[in-house]
Write a protein that binds this ligand. Structure first.
Ligand code: PLP
Length: 412
């Protein structure tokens, strides 16, 4: 399986990696919360961590384990832990690994809810410095004695800034920092996180993995790059077996078992069904996004387009190195005399909805919605204008999307 292509590995993963009973090609969805042991000695061994076994649905299940195996394989990592949502994966990972008095360097361009969570984390005594991660020099300048990790996203929302991924990976390796990358915007088909030195990848499975908007989920994958003997907070009880798995063991115990945001088996099933077509969907999505970005870029009623695929994007050239394609998120500013709410109401195919990574094309006014709480001043520093529209491009036929924009522009 190792030398096979992405989708070949993905669609045969259940059969070949998980080997479900009876020759089933899909891992069956097991809803049972409890697991019986015929010999109590086996139950004791499981509790003491001497034998791997499912004991209680909050900590593990066959359905979650199967999905974790596939995700580990997709990322070419050493292990994965799934959660009920992307935010659960992020918050549980941070709370499991860091303590009051630690310092983290975090991207200034962050998914709004991650930013909100980190504000809470700050209130708990963790020091956070927000920097512009498009230049490694800013990260380097922020490193202090108590710095423990760096957290950023590959392509940021909604202005599509691309982080200086490999240079920051190099810096983290030199300084022994845990390098955490939220890869939601560029899942493993588009981006090889291990190649830039990521320690952990965090992703919302709700978005491009599932793709269909019928299930929530999140995951943290360990790439095997970070040396966990350097992280003093790994509890002695979790410093067992393979050192590569120490970090994930702690995240599984503290972040999943003790905090409890477990991925439901039905959701694990819905996500793995969606995942099988991830590469096909992303090919079409990225193609559509490129076509729409070029169309909008040339339109007289559009002032500015943000998309890494456009040659005038500030990180266009490094994006070509990092990503197979430029992703499915773009944003644009309408000319000042075109009202963005009126324009969005004229679109017929494009849905006015928050969410991203769906098969359907979605759009929303940014300043008035997902960044409303941030206030005008913070929006300005983030490069968000009052006339900005964020789009998550879907897999519709390209001509139909362009035609929808044409008719909407004609009416405003
Ligand atoms: C959506 C999203 C999340 C959170 O994922 P949920 O599954 O909605 O909790 C985290 N990071 C990014 C970049 C996202 O787009």
């Amino acid at each position: 399986m190792k030398n096979k292509g992405f989708t070949t590995r993905l669609v045969h993963a259940d059969r070949l990696i998980n080997q479900p009973a009876h020759g089933a090609v899909h891992e069956p969805t097991t809803n049972s919360v409890l697991f019986e042991f015929k010999d109590v000695a086996d139950l004791v061994s499981a509790f003491q961590g001497k034998k791997a076994a499912h004991m209680y649905g909050r900590s593990s299940s066959g359905s979650a384990a199967a999905l974790q195996n596939i995700l580990t394989n997709m990322e070419q990592g050493v292990g994965a832990v799934t959660f009920s949502t992307g935010m659960a994966a992020i918050s549980a990972t941070f709370i499991s690994l860091f303590r009051a008095g630690d310092h983290l360097i975090v991207s200034h361009f962050l998914f709004g809810n991650s930013r909100n969570f980190l504000d809470t984390f700050r209130e708990l005594g963790i020091e956070i410095t927000y920097v512009d991660v498009t230049d490694v020099a800013n990260v380097k300048a922020a490193v202090k004695e108590n710095t423990k990790g760096v957290f950023l996203e590959t392509i940021a929302n909604p202005v599509t800034q691309v982080a200086d991924l490999a240079a920051i990976g190099q810096l983290c390796a030199e300084q022994g920092l845990i390098y955490m990358i939220d890869t939601t915007m560029t899942p493993s088909y588009l981006f090889d996180a291990k190649s830039v030195g990521a320690s952990l990848t965090l992703a919302s499975l709700t978005k491009y993995y599932a793709g269909h908007g019928n299930a929530l989920g999140g995951v943290v994958v360990d790439t095997g790059v970070y040396d966990w003997t350097k992280h003093e907070y790994i509890d002695a009880r979790y410093r067992v077996a393979d050192v590569n798995l120490w970090g994930l063991t702690q995240i599984r115990k503290k972040g999943l078992r003790d905090m409890g945001a477990t991925l439901a088996p039905e959701a694990a099933h819905a996500i793995s069904v969606g995942m099988e077509t991830m590469a096909l969907r992303l090919e079409r999505t990225c193609h559509n996004a490129m076509q729409l970005a070029s169309y909008l870029h040339n339109h007289p009623k559009v002032a500015k387009v943000n998309y890494p695929g456009l040659s005038d994007h500030p990180q266009h050239f490094i994006s070509r190195e990092y990503f197979k394609h430029y992703g499915g998120i773009l944003s644009f500013d309408l000319q000042a005399d075109v009202d963005c709410l009126a324009f969005l109401n004229e679109l017929e195919l494009v849905l006015a909805a928050t969410h991203l990574g769906d098969t359907r094309t979605l759009a929303l006014p940014v300043a008035q919605t997902i960044y409303y709480d941030n206030g005008a001043e913070q929006r300005k520093t983030m490069g968000i204008s009052d006339n900005m529209i964020r789009m998550s491009v879907g897999i519709e036929d390209t001509d139909d999307l362009i035609a929808d924009f044409e008719q909407a522009f004609a009416k405003v």
